[in-house]
Each structure stands twice: as structure tokens, then as C-alpha cells.
Design a protein around this ligand. Structure first.
Ligand SMILES: Nc1nc2c(ncn2[C@@H]2O[C@H](COP(=O)(O)OP(=O)(O)OP(=O)(O)O)[C@@H](O)[C@H]2O)c(=O)[nH]1
Ligand SMILES: [Mg+2]
Length: 354
């Protein structure tokens, strides 16, 4: 029996006793799916951590139950004293937190490195099973597992792609879900960091579903984007699986979503329909970022800056006038900020154009 609400260990126990069938709740089900699908070490650690925290919150009741001795299959808890048990769980939690911290630092390092190389970053987000990985595959021609089951992707996968002139790192992410228990939201926060730090978010929506499901999942996805702190990042809504719809049906559904879905583009990730339009939207956002001009005295440092500009930004013009070097370029905001910082440090002038 699977319960959509939370069950205390006593409730689960009593239900099992009365019915002779094992009873689990929503949280345990999600954990089970997550642990079956965890594809990386980090995802595994995050799941272990979530399940240990859950365990800890229920430890007292579990130990009491174990002492009642008739508890079927509760991990032989009877041997443990409450304190010993608590300590053991806490120690494991600390160990896993340490490992995750290291992983997080590694990722931070990677991120800094790719920022330095001037990549823009775009991430795919959306409800589970919406078609994020299919779109990711299509856009990168890479193969990550695609499966008609929930939570195929539990950790982020990132690939470099070239959209027109822009170098982009595209990231596939874990699917969103309604009422994800808070412990699990926390557990997956580091995975969702990629989304928080991206320049553009592509929100994938499964259009093949009934209206109410589409609306519910879209609103859950938009809420999640807000909850993880990614508000303000431009969102493009990829209305996916349009191959499953008749033309008038598609028109009606698209109209329905117009109010909620930011920058909608109809696509089929499976058939590669309309991806050019999608890419254009992405490029549009990336290129609309910042245009700036600067003027700085010629020196070794400023020459190094200019050569880096050619590598990392879109240089439109460089001119030498007397002992000054003047330039105009476009870059994503963070890069423009950094260049401004360096120009000002060298005593130069920096101007942003609208
Ligand atoms: N008909 C149709 N099916 C699609 C389309 N895009 C994806 N699918 C199918 O939808 C299912 C889910 O696709 P995935 O790409 O794994 O979805 P996901 O959003 O990555 O799912 P999770 O990683 O589990 O959150 C698969 O069976 C895909 O073949 C599409 O454009 N049309
Ligand atoms: Mg996926």
C-alpha cells in the first residue's frame, strides 16, 4: 500500500499488521525511485543522506517498534539501544556530508574554469518525463539515458555546444515534482545549483498530457525555479511533444498556456521539430546581454586583456589611438562586469550601452 501522505512508523506498522501488506508513504516511494535511478556517485550520496535524515527523524519510534519484537523486517533494529542507534546514524550523516562538500567544491572549481573560458550556460529544467534528456540529446547529439519512466536523470550532465557564434554549456537536470518533501529538496539543491547559475533556462513542458496536468506541472516547475532562487534568469518554455497533437488541439493548448508560459516555442524533441526556432530564442537572449566600450592605456596588462577579450567575448572593434587602446564588445553580464573591473583597475574608462 502506498500512501500519498506521510505515515509515522507506528501508522505504517499498524497498517501492515492489520492488512498483512507492507505500507509505505510518498516520501519512501520517491526515495525508492531515486535510489533505483541514481546514476552517479553524487546522486547516490544525496539519496543516502536524505534517507538517513528521514531515518533520524523517525528513529525513536522505530527503536520502540523494534523492541516490540514482532516488527517484521525492520533491519534487525532490536539489537540497538536508542543512543547507539542515533549516534551511528549521525556519524554516517556527517561522513556523507563531508563527501558531498568535496564534490560541491569540485563542481565550483569546474564552474569557475568554464566561466573563465567565456562559456554561456543554458540549463534544461522541467517536470519529470517532460523530455529534457531527449532535447538535451538532440541539441548535443550526445547520448544520455532516455527512458519513459520518471527520474531517469538524477544528476546533472553538461556538454559544450555551439549556438551560432556562442559557445554554450548545456546542462540537463533532474526533473521537478510536486510536493517534493523538503528533505529531498535540500538533498538535491546542489544538483539544481546548475540551474540557479545559468544564463538562460529552457523549461520543458509535456504538451501531450491533459490540460490540467500540463497546467499543474508548469506551475510546479515555475514555483520550483523560484524556490531554488533562480528568479530573474530568462526562461524559454519549450512546449514539447507537439508531434502527438493535432494542429487545432496544439493551437488551443498553446493559447491556454500563453498567460503562464514565458517565451513559448513549440517543439518535438523526438522528431527534431522547430529546434532552429528554439536555438534562435536562446541565442537571442544570450546576445541581448551587454554591449560595452572601453578605453585604456596601452600596457602589457591591457594587451593581455584585449587578447582575452578576443577569446571570450565578441569583439566588434579594437582601435589604437596614441597611447590608448579602445574597444567595443558584447559579453554576458558577469563577463562584462569582470572586464569593467579590470579596465577600471588599469585606470581606463568603461561604458555600457543600453
Ligand atoms: N512523442 C514524443 N515523445 C517524446 C518527445 N520528447 C520526449 N519524448 C518521450 O518522453 C519520454 C521522457 O523523455 P526524457 O527525455 O527521458 O524525459 P526527462 O524530462 O529527461 O525525464 P526525467 O529525466 O525522468 O525527469 C521518453 O519516452 C521520450 O521518448 C517528443 O517530442 N514527442
Ligand atoms: Mg532526463
Amino acid at each position: 500500500m502506498i500512501f500519498d501522505n506521510n505515515l509515522t512508523p507506528f501508522q505504517a506498522y499498524n497498517l501492515a499488521k492489520v492488512t498483512g501488506v507492507m505500507a509505505i508513504d510518498r516520501f519512501q516511494l520517491i526515495l525508492e525511485i531515486f535510489s533505483k535511478r541514481a546514476s552517479t556517485y553524487e546522486a547516490e550520496l544525496q539519496i543516502q543522506l536524505a534517507s538517513l535524515r528521514y531515518e533520524l527523524s523517525r528513529a525513536k519510534e522505530r527503536v520502540k517498534l523494534a523492541r516490540m519484537e514482532e516488527q517484521p523486517g525492520f533491519m534487525g533494529l532490536g539489537k540497538y539501544e536508542v543512543d547507539v542507534y542515533f549516534e551511528a546514524v549521525k556519524r554516517r550523516i556527517t561522513a556523507i556530508e563531508g563527501k558531498l562538500k568535496k564534490k560541491r567544491e569540485e563542481r565550483q572549481l569546474h564552474r569557475t574554469r568554464r566561466d573563465e573560458l567565456g562559456f554561456a550556460s543554458v540549463s534544461l529544467a522541467g517536470y519529470t518525463n517532460a523530455g529534457k534528456s531527449s532535447l538535451f540529446n538532440l541539441l548535443t547529439e550526445e547520448t544520455v539515458p532516455v527512458d519513459n519512466a520518471v527520474f531517469t536523470t538524477l544528476s546533472t550532465t553538461t556538454r559544450a555546444v555551439q549556438f551560432s557564434k556562442r559557445k554554450v554549456l548545456l546542462t540537463d537536470t533532474v526533473g521537478f515534482i510536486d510536493r517534493l518533501p523538503l528533505t529531498l529538496v535540500k538533498a538535491f539543491h546542489s544538483t539544481l545549483e546548475e540551474t540557479i547559475l545559468s544564463d538562460v533556462i529552457i523549461l520543458v513542458v509535456d504538451m501531450s498530457e491533459p490540460d490540467e496536468d500540463i497546467e499543474r506541472k508548469l506551475s510546479c516547475s515555475l514555483d520550483t525555479i523560484e524556490q531554488i532562487g533562480a528568479t530573474g534568469i530568462p526562461v524559454i518554455t519549450a512546449l514539447n511533444k507537439i508531434d502527438t497533437l493535432e494542429e487545432d488541439e496544439l493551437k488551443r493548448k498553446t493559447e491556454l498556456l500563453k498567460k503562464y508560459a514565458p517565451n513559448p516555442v513549440q517543439i518535438s524533441a523526438l522528431h527534431g521539430t522547430n529546434t532552429t526556432a528554439l536555438k534562435q530564442q536562446i541565442v537571442g537572449f544570450l546576445e541581448s546581454f551587454v554591449k560595452a566600450s572601453f578605453s585604456v592605456k596601452i600596457s602589457n596588462e591591457s594587451m593581455a586583456l584585449v587578447s582575452q577579450l578576443f577569446e571570450r567575448a565578441h569583439v566588434q572593434n579594437i582601435q589604437y589611438e596614441g597611447d590608448l587602446v579602445k574597444g567595443v564588445f558584447r559579453a554576458i553580464p558577469w563577463l562584462a562586469d569582470r572586464i569593467q573591473g579590470r579596465v577600471e583597475k588599469l585606470g581606463g574608462e568603461f561604458n555600457r550601452e543600453a
